[in-house]
Design a protein around this ligand. Structure first.
Ligand code: MG
Length: 254
């Protein structure tokens, strides 16, 4: 199913399931206990929020060989992880705000994993049971600050630098090779497939869970294919992942 999180016309926030005629509101959350209600909200009346609000977002760097090559760096021997703060998360159509501290902000289209359970020290073969599903993400990065700082907290941590959505798809398998596309103002900038990841989802989740406990709703960004490029105010950036959906955000300057 496709899970969304919405603000309804009456200003309530709820999880919902996408159905042909609209979004069915659920009581509870997909992480503990939930059940469908009789209420179906029309697509036009539902304001989509980020489909999850994580306690942390863990990124994986250089996880596609073609992207490592465009930055002239080697593919790492084990997953190269970093953190983005939860406060960077925004939902579909919310603006990415370019900060005055950077003059070179780039898009990175990525498959995002959404954790379903408390996960610590999980074995690779057991990872599947710990996942809720997958959504699309944009690992927005201030490239000039990333190079200057030598580590990535500032470059990847600005408010609005983690668009997520539009929905969490629970039925897909990235090993099948889902197309990842990034368009800026309609022009294709990135075009890859999840089949090209250096470290697969199970390997990444198992690796991270040996370092830190992953909580329900935590998000893992699995790396970006080649073609990253600059965003400027006025752009409309879209990350589309096959069978998951299309995440669109306008870009503004503060
Ligand atoms: Mg990235």
């Amino acid at each position: 199913m496709k899970i969304v999180r919405i603000r309804t016309g009456s200003d309530e926030i709820a999880y919902g399931g996408v159905e042909p005629e609209g979004i069915r509101i659920y009581r509870g959350t997909p992480f503990v206990a939930w059940e469908p209600t009789e209420v179906v909200v029309g697509f036009a009346e539902a304001h989509l929020l980020a489909p999850v609000f994580p306690t942390k977002v863990v990124g994986v760097g250089r996880n596609y060989p073609d992207h490592a090559a465009e930055h002239a760096v080697a593919v790492p021997e084990e997953p190269l992880i970093f953190l983005k703060p939860a406060t960077a998360v925004i939902g579909p159509l919310a603006p990415i705000v370019l900060p005055p501290d950077s003059s070179h902000v780039e898009h990175e289209a990525e498959l995002a994993v959404v954790m379903g359970t408390v996960t610590r020290n999980v074995a690779i073969e057991d990872v599947g049971a710990h996942l809720l599903g997958y959504t699309a993400a944009n690992d927005v990065s201030a490239r000039d600050l990333q190079r200057k700082d030598g580590q990535w907290s500032r470059a990847k941590g600005f408010d609005t630098f983690c668009p997520l959505g539009p929905a969490i798809e629970t039925e897909v398998d990235p090993l099948e090779g889902l197309a990842i596309t990034c368009r800026v103002d309609g022009e294709v900038r990135q075009s890859g497939t999840t089949a090209d990841m250096v470290f697969g989802v199970a390997e990444i989740v198992a690796f991270i869970s040996r370092v830190m406990t992953l909580l329900p709703g935590d998000v893992i960004l699995t790396g970006t294919p080649a073609g990253v490029g600059p965003l400027v105010a006025g752009n409309r950036v879209e990350v589309e992942i096959e069978r998951i959906g299309s995440l669109v955000n306008p870009v503004i300057r503060r």
